[in-house]
Design a protein around this ligand. Structure first.
Ligand SMILES: NC(=O)c1ccc[n+]([C@@H]2O[C@H](COP(=O)([O-])OP(=O)(O)OC[C@H]3O[C@@H](n4cnc5c(N)ncnc54)[C@H](O)[C@@H]3O)[C@@H](O)[C@H]2O)c1
Length: 269
């Protein structure tokens, strides 16, 4: 049996589907006990049930500080420790349909709603994660940012802004923990175009689906979507003691997209 996370207790937010569920599966496969948390209780329970007695589902809306207090308190009560926290829950702002998210037309409430989940949720997670890890003096916090946190996105301003802030906050948390003499590491992962339910509203299920998918990855050097399992593999590395010297770092997982740019010439001119 794989044992990279043997004896560790992990909490994954937004783990009812997509990348979060894949991370929960990878962690359990490596011997961790995983708290699968989400807003979507039905899907969250199903993921935990599939993982058996090495997982448990708890409702956690990452925007609500009292829920963070309840969940981390319960984990310390039941397991006596929290070793790994993955702040994965995130929204694009397009979940309820197409709304303006560009810098000129976005409504303040839509801008704030995206930041409440993507940024406030990560702030609260780091805050209560550090507190829960402090008794052991060690741990790994993994924040799922995005390629959109590294470049501007005209049609998704709040998403890009919130993910950029997550990238920076991860470094602040890393330095703070080091300064406190704690072996609590904090790193960010920056995926791009990972095929999850997040993309469904944009892809549709009609005859144009394949063409839309091809168009979305046209500028990706590897010319395909990434898989949730490929993000989970990197989260697993950051969660494990093998990455004990990694903190404040950012890992891109984007099929090579950020290695160049859309205007990179094919030949030297
Ligand atoms: N899929 C991609 O291409 C991609 C690329 C870059 C970054 N990301 C990031 O990866 C993370 C996971 O994305 P995904 O593609 O699996 O998305 P997804 O939409 O498939 O899953 C997101 C999960 O988060 C949950 N969630 C939403 N708001 C929440 C809240 N307030 N509290 C708790 N849970 C909440 C949802 O219920 C859902 O289960 C997100 O932070 C996303 O921004 C995804």
């Amino acid at each position: 049996m794989a044992t990279k996370l043997k004896g560790k207790t992990a909490l994954v937010t937004g783990a009812a589907q997509g990348i979060g569920a894949a991370i929960a599966r990878a962690f359990v496969a490596e011997g961790a006990f995983v708290y699968v948390t989400d807003l979507n209780d039905e899907l969250g329970h199903a993921v935990a049930a599939e993982l058996g007695d090495r997982a448990r589902y708890l409702h956690l809306d990452v925007r609500d500080e009292s829920q963070w207090q309840r969940v981390t308190g319960q984990i310390l009560g039941e397991r006596g420790r929290l070793d790994v926290l993955v702040n994965n829950a995130g929204i694009t702002g397009f979940e309820q349909g197409v709304v303006a998210q560009d810098p000129e037309h976005a409504r303040l409430e839509d801008w704030q709603a995206v930041h409440r989940t993507n940024l406030d949720g990560v702030f609260l997670g780091c805050k209560h994660g550090i507190r829960a890890m402090r008794p052991a003096g060690a741990g790994s916090i993994i924040n799922i940012s995005s390629r959109s946190g590294l470049v501007g996105i005209p049609g998704a301003a709040a998403y890009a802004s919130s993910k950029a802030a997550v990238r920076n906050h991860s470094k602040t948390v890393a330095l703070y923990c080091a300064e406190q003499g704690l072996a609590i590491r904090c790193n960010s992962i920056h995926p791009a175009a990972i095929l999850t339910p997040m993309w469904e509203p944009m892809l549709g299920d009609g005859p144009d689906r394949a063409a839309r998918m091809a168009a979305l990855v046209r500028d990706t050097p590897l010319r395909r979507f990434g898989r949730s399992e490929e993000v989970a593999a990197v989260a697993l590395l950051l969660a494990s003691d093998e990455a004990a010297y990694m903190t404040g770092s950012e890992l891109n997982l984007d099929g090579g997209l950020l290695a160049g740019s859309a205007v990179t010439p094919a030949v030297i001119e």
